[in-house]
Design a protein around this ligand. Structure first.
Ligand SMILES: C[S@@+](CC[C@H](N)C(=O)[O-])C[C@H]1O[C@@H](n2cnc3c(N)ncnc32)[C@H](O)[C@@H]1O
Length: 317
């Protein structure tokens, strides 16, 4: 029989090393990113991007990397995200019975990426709806207990053009072409009120107070100026509207893990498309404006050596 102390120690060591392996995996996509840029751009423009445009190179790199790494991350996260959108989480735990309403109505998906989560907006996930619907218990526990309502519109906000092709295909595959609109800008350009320059990059407009639900899955780590932009999103929610969050955040539990996360974060954003590890996202959301109810927490199964801890839950305006 193996020594439990030895098992726990090796698990912890692996947990501490794991993020570096993720960075290494990302680095292996640099050559294929360069060849992708030269295949899809004219020679001169490709040269310009590779040599002089770090932001465009980073977008292309992340697009290549996420098309391979993203599905694995989604598969690990869906046992939490599906119950979250069903209304079945409390204190960061997944539970069998809804603790509040699930998603429905007009929804914003922030940072839709390559569309890995698009299918979750299909009304087939409504309780009792059709084949493969909530109720089969196949993903994330007892889906029969979903408290979702019908989704009438989804704005999928994604500024990285590298993702748009895959995102459109995901929308088509999910049968959502008439419901899901790809918004090809950052959240900072969503509504006329949020355009600081007075000029907008997107023709559409989302009126303040008109949105029923916001869904943010692993994306508030990548947005610019979180305080300001989270507040702009808050203004778009109607009173009673809900913000469903599954985000990785700053470590809170011990000084040495905080230090370790900060050290890792010297490299992480450079390799993972600008993703920041040390954001106090829960606090930013709490302080952005008055909430009628907040039910968030860290998933209980995340161990102390987790350098990328999460928050899971719902903010109700
Ligand atoms: C780690 S990826 C996650 C993508 C997707 N949510 C998923 O789980 O597959 C973060 C996403 O946030 C997007 N993002 C970056 N800046 C953004 C902004 N200003 N507004 C909205 N999304 C942004 C990135 O382009 C990227 O697709």
């Amino acid at each position: 029989m193996s020594d439990p102390l030895l098992t726990r120690t090796s698990e912890a060591l692996l947990g501490l090393v794991d993020p570096w392996l993720f960075l290494k995996l990302s680095a292996t996509f640099i050559p294929s990113t360069i060849s992708h840029i030269f295949r899809t751009e004219s020679f001169l423009s490709a040269l310009r991007i590779v040599l002089f445009s770090p932001s465009r190179f980073r977008e292309a790199w992340f697009g290549q990397f996420w098309s391979v790494a993203g599905p694995g991350v989604r598969d690990g996260a869906k046992v939490r995200v599906l119950p979250l959108l069903d209304g079945r989480t409390t204190g960061g735990r997944v539970v069998d019975v809804p603790t509040g309403p699930g998603i429905g109505g007009v929804v914003i998906e922030i940072g839709a990426g390559s569309g890995l989560w698009v299918d979750i907006f299909s009304n087939r996930h409504l309780r009792g709806a059709g084949e493969g619907a909530a109720g089969e218990g196949e993903e994330g526990g007892n889906r029969a207990a979903s408290a979702r309502q019908e989704i009438t519109r989804v704005y999928g906000v994604e500024p990285n053009p590298e993702h748009h092709h895959a995102l459109w295909h995901a929308v088509d595959d999910a049968g959502l072409l008439d419901v899901y609109e790809i918004v090809p800008v950052g959240i900072e350009d969503l509504s006329s009120s949020s355009s600081s320059s007075g000029r907008k990059k997107w023709d559409g407009n989302i009126e303040p107070g008109s949105v029923d639900c916001i869904v943010s899955v692993l994306c508030l780590c990548s947005i610019p100026d979180p305080q300001e932009n989270i507040h702009e999103l808050y203004k778009l929610l109607r009173p009673g509207g809900r913000w469903y969050v599954y985000e990785h955040v700053k470590v809170r539990y011990s000084w040495y893990m905080r230090l370790y996360q900060r050290f890792l974060n010297i490299f992480w954003p450079r390799f993972i498309g600008g993703c920041e590890l040390c954001r106090p996202t829960e606090q930013t959301l709490r302080e952005t404006g008055p909430w009628a109810k907040i039910d968030v927490g860290q998933p209980v199964d995340e161990p102390w050596y987790h350098c990328v801890p999460h928050i899971l839950g719902v903010f109700t305006k």
